[in-house]
Write a protein that binds this ligand. Structure first.
Ligand code: NAI
Length: 517
């Protein structure tokens, strides 16, 4: 089925932040848009603000003045639901309450035509449940926009159990012609983004709780090594801890307390304290005038190491190690290649070695455990970076039994290659690796459960929450086998079901296949 022709009327019910944004996008795409709200003043405010937004776009040359005026003239205030009878698509963006949404759609069914598509912008309620009491539940689907609607490209098209596939496809095609990136999703708790993003926050809370580092340091590592636009803590301060905690709790409850989604007691305490983030002037950070921006931990500068070697054995860190090696060479570091036997190492081959330190890419074990397993005390592990050629920062940890001079030599190696080096406590999987492994694990489960395709999962995370890389493509780049190893080691270390490996990841690993074909 094709997109809804822009000669068709679109109704938007609820004229708050989301409804106004949806109306702005639909009218700009050429539809006549009728706005309705139980508070008429909200409709007037929305129409004024949309007109002003078009004006700004015209001022910046992003829309012609004539188009801006024409789009504004396509917006109409509806004084009652009855005035929406000619709408071919109704998008609901009222309060997040099942009973209110059901009552509204029941009323609408008596007003609109048989062919009219009903869409809900809910972010957390089952689309199946919203549709359940309708005479024609097949014509209702979720059309989940992201805030702010005109700027965020993603729209999740959510099918409930009864939704007609043709209805979902029309909404997908319509969102596409409105300039959005649509993805199909099955109605399951959190849909795609709100479910798949949970580990980004959850692993950060775990790291903070285990005192891997302070919040500013963890944020800096995720940003400057992981390539995320914002660190998890500064992002939660922006979202509001009350809102972020409530989403986590609702996903946790909806999946019957699956430990993957366990909320953080640290975050609950912030909510208890009223430290909700930017909006209250304090969250993990302070936002008052005198507040100092806390600095992320960085190791003091060390001298260029005398000797650096790398192992010739296959599998000592894969492509990431290879691109790290290129960076070392580009910074004029002389590197000697040797086999482990030549270096008299008896355990696994380290990616690099330097003044006695064996340096490995984290595999989800602590450096301490790995030192013990290899019988080599001077062990240092480094974290995943998004791009070994570009990353500004890298996180490292050393074994408890490591000699400080050996650790300093490893730090010096990365510093000589231009990295700011951050030392984390010796937590398993460090920060970026563990976050990416858990993001990919959740995405793989969603794909296996038919919630969305692998392409949709990655697109949703890039367009809905601005991740620098889709989690599944990222896992492919790191290597599916390595991601599985990290998760298995986390599961073994913690003894928690939370780190269980997605069956799809394990299957792809066994088949030596990537997650993306
Ligand atoms: P909002 O509170 O800004 O606006 C809701 C509007 O709906 C208000 O103007 C209210 O008067 C009106 N309203 C309430 N009950 C109504 C009824 N029975 N009939 C007609 N109008 C009614 O809320 P917001 O943020 O715009 O959210 C709306 C919906 O969008 C919710 O379902 C929410 O979960 C969903 N959503 C919100 C996102 C966000 O970031 N704010 C993101 C994605 C979805």
């Amino acid at each position: 089925m094709a997109a809804l022709d822009n000669s068709k009327v679109v109704a938007v019910i609820g004229s708050g932040a989301m409804g106004a944004g949806i109306a702005q996008v639909a009218a700009a795409a050429g539809h006549t848009v009728k706005l309705y709200d139980t508070r008429p003043e909200a409709v007037n405010k929305a129409i004024d603000s949309i007109g002003a937004a078009y004006g700004k776009l015209a001022g910046k040359g992003k829309m012609s003045a004539a188009d801006a005026e024409a789009a504004a003239n396509r917006l109409y205030a509806a004084a009652s639901l009855e005035e929406l009878g000619d709408a071919q698509l109704v998008v609901e963006a009222i309060v997040e309450n099942l009973d209110a949404k059901r009552a509204l759609f029941a009323q609408l069914e008596a007003i609109v035509g048989e062919e009219t598509i009903l869409a809900t912008n809910t972010s957390s309620i089952s689309v199946t449940a919203i549709a359940a009491q309708l005479r024609h539940p097949a014509r209702l689907a979720g059309m989940h926009f992201f805030n702010p609607v005109p700027l965020m490209a993603l729209v999740e098209i959510v099918s409930g159990v009864a939704t007609d596939a043709a209805v979902a496809q029309t909404l997908y095609d319509t969102a596409t012609t409105w300039g959005k990136q649509a993805v199909h999703a099955k109605s399951t708790p959190g849909f795609i983004v709100n479910r798949l993003a949970r580990p980004f926050y959850a692993e950060a809370w775990r790291l903070l709780n285990e005192q891997a580092a302070d919040a500013a340091t963890i944020d800096a590592v995720l940003r400057e090594a992981g390539g995320f636009r914002m660190g998890p803590f500064e992002l939660m301060d922006l979202i509001g801890h009350d809102v972020n905690y409530a989403v986590t709790k609702s996903v946790f409850d909806a999946y019957y307390n699956d430990p993957r989604f366990t909320p953080s007691v640290l975050q609950l305490e912030l909510v208890n304290a009223g430290f909700l983030g930017r909006k209250t002037g304090r969250g993990l950070y302070r936002y008052d005038d005198e507040a100092e921006v806390p600095a992320a931990q960085a190791e003091p500068k060390h001298e260029r190491p005398e000797y650096v070697g790398y192992s010739l054995e296959a599998g000592a860190g894969g492509e990431l190690t290879a691109s790290m090696l290129e960076r070392f060479k580009a910074h004029g570091i002389a590197i000697t290649a040797r086999t482990s036997a030549e270096g008299h190492l008896h355990g696994e081959a380290p990616a690099f070695h330097c003044n006695g330190a064996a340096i490995y890419l984290t595999d989800g074990r602590t450096a301490t455990e790995r030192a013990r397993a290899n019988g080599h005390d001077d062990t240092v592990v480094f974290d995943l970076v998004l791009d070994a050629a570009q990353a500004a920062r890298i996180a490292v940890a050393s074994a408890d039994q490591c000699n400080p001079a050996a650790f300093d030599a490893a730090v010096a190696l990365f510093q000589t290659a231009g990295f700011t080096v951050t030392r984390l406590d010796d937590v398993p999987g460090l920060a970026v690796m563990r976050t990416v492994a858990m993001l990919a694990n959740e995405a793989a489960d969603a794909v296996q459960q038919g919630v969305c395709s692998a392409q949709a999962a990655d697109l949703a995370m890039r367009k809905g929450v601005n991740y620098p890389q889709g989690p599944l493509a990222w896992a492919d780049a790191v290597g599916v086998a390595h991601i599985v190893k990290v998760l298995d080691n986390l599961a073994a270390t913690y003894g928690e079901d939370r780190y269980r490996v997605s069956p799809l990841l394990r299957r792809r690993q066994a088949a030596r296949r990537n997650l993306h074909a």
